[in-house]
Design a protein around this ligand. Structure first.
Ligand SMILES: C[S@@+](CC[C@H](N)C(=O)[O-])C[C@H]1O[C@@H](n2cnc3c(N)ncnc32)[C@H](O)[C@@H]1O
Length: 224
């Protein structure tokens, strides 16, 4: 997969490339490219944003600047999915992550300050995604969230089997994962459930399923 991120702060992504899951797939399953709008802006002195028409606080990322950045990277229309990261987008879920992870090429556009000129979203992007119903100061963290969630779905990102029974996976019917415990079996009287020490894999599996179901129930009720 080739994943391109357009940002005003490309160096913010440095730490991620050294950590799993990204480090495990970079150079094999994933090619990550970071583009700075300032490098290709047609405006003077690296300008990328401007005051909003109609007045108001904050600066808006200009459509001509984003168009120039895309043109420079792709030499025309990208021909693949271009996602604007914005609080007004479709909310990111595991189902959306699976969708994105199946794309051979993906572009993420981030903004800062007041956000994008609306024409970026309507004319230069194929969709818009929000990582949640709250406002962050920039699209870099949302881009990293998408990047991490997508990278861990790529072959070789995780150790064998560790991604199969995760929260929201089909193996758990889209529900939440059951609780995990490790040594010591008793700490301050907080005991690990006996079933997990029993060695009875059938019972353990049934207990885990039940725990997953119980944990997922309140969330299902909330969304009904
Ligand atoms: C301060 S926000 C702009 C908020 C915008 N004026 C609004 O009220 O919806 C600046 C940028 O951060 C990014 N951003 C902030 N919150 C986000 C979220 N929940 N999901 C995705 N991107 C977000 C977007 O790229 C956005 O354009």
């Amino acid at each position: 997969m080739q994943l391109d991120v357009f940002t005003q702060v490309p160096h913010a992504f440095a730490w991620m490339t050294e950590q799993r899951p990204l480090a495990a797939v970079l150079g094999s399953e994933l090619e990550l490219r970071l583009f700075n709008y300032r490098d290709t802006t047609p405006l003077r002195a690296g300008q990328v944003d401007d005051e909003p028409y109609g007045g108001g606080a904050g600066m808006v990322l200009r459509v001509d600047v984003v168009a120039a950045a895309l043109e420079s990277a792709y030499g025309g229309s990208p021909g693949h999915r271009v996602v604007a990261l914005t609080p007004q987008g479709r909310q990111l879920t595991q189902a959306v992550v699976e969708e994105l992870a199946a794309e051979p090429r993906l572009t993420l556009l981030s903004s800062r300050f007041e956000g994008f000129d609306e024409r970026v979203v309507t004319h230069l992007c194929s969709d818009a995604i929000s990582i949640g119903p709250y406002v962050l100061s920039g699209g870099e963290l949302p881009a990293m969230v998408v990047l991490d969630a997508v990278a861990r779905r790529l072959p070789g990102a995780l150790t064998e089997g560790s991604g199969e029974h995760e929260s929201f996976s089909p193996a758990l019917d889209g529900g939440l994962e059951y609780p995990h415990y490790t040594r010591p079996a008793d700490f301050r009287g907080w005991r690990v459930p006996d079933v997990l020490l029993s060695g009875d894999h059938g019972r353990i599996e049934r207990w885990r399923r039940e725990q997953s179901r119980l944990r997922s129930a309140p969330r299902e009720t909330q969304t009904q």
